[in-house]
Design a protein around this ligand. Sequence first.
Ligand code: TYD
Length: 209
Amino acid sequence: MTQGRFVSFEGIEGCGKTTQIGLLSEYLKQRSIPHLITREPGGTAVGEGIRKILLHSETLHLTAASELLLFYASRSQNILEKIKPALERKEMVICDRFYHASMAYQGFGRGIPLDFIHKLTDLVCDGFRPEVTMLLDIDPEVGLARARARNHTRIEDEGRFEKENLEFYTRVREGYLELASQDERIQLIYADRPVEAVHQHILTLLGLL
Ligand code: TYD
């Protein structure tokens, strides 16, 4: 039942999506359910190179348009090299962020018109859209505090987005909530709860319990 399914995880910084993806992957491994975990930006050699440009705190003067196009360049490679082949092998695909992140961050956050982002999504993702999106919702103040604390212990510098202010993250969060209110494939999950409770909620939504 899980084979060939495409699931994405979304939410602002510090919402716990990477932890939840790890737990889901463990659960699937224990049951020998074949799956692929990938992330955006990243997931491929080109994508990981783009990730460094997009997330490094020393990347300066990136225009909103450059940022958007780089995210979609990474996504295009991820679909061709990872997502499409895995779905063809009938594996479940779990993607740490997908096009909803571009709508929330570059659309609601940076102010790029959503109809332009829709067109890019049609061009790049046509036929490859998650059937379920887990939106982990958290108060931006709580999420940002978690993310900034974590970044002190990271080896790689991925701090460019964490330098944005609370207003930016509030716009992104509200954007995600608006997207969820318009699209029944987006599952809204309250994330300021114990990790295990969120994990069980996700398993239930996926029909795995
Ligand atoms: P991610 O690796 O998920 O970071 P974290 O684990 O800290 O949430 O995402 C990297 C950053 O890139 C994050 O700040 C969100 C941003 N982003 C966009 O702005 N647009 C996009 O399309 C994607 C995929 C990510």
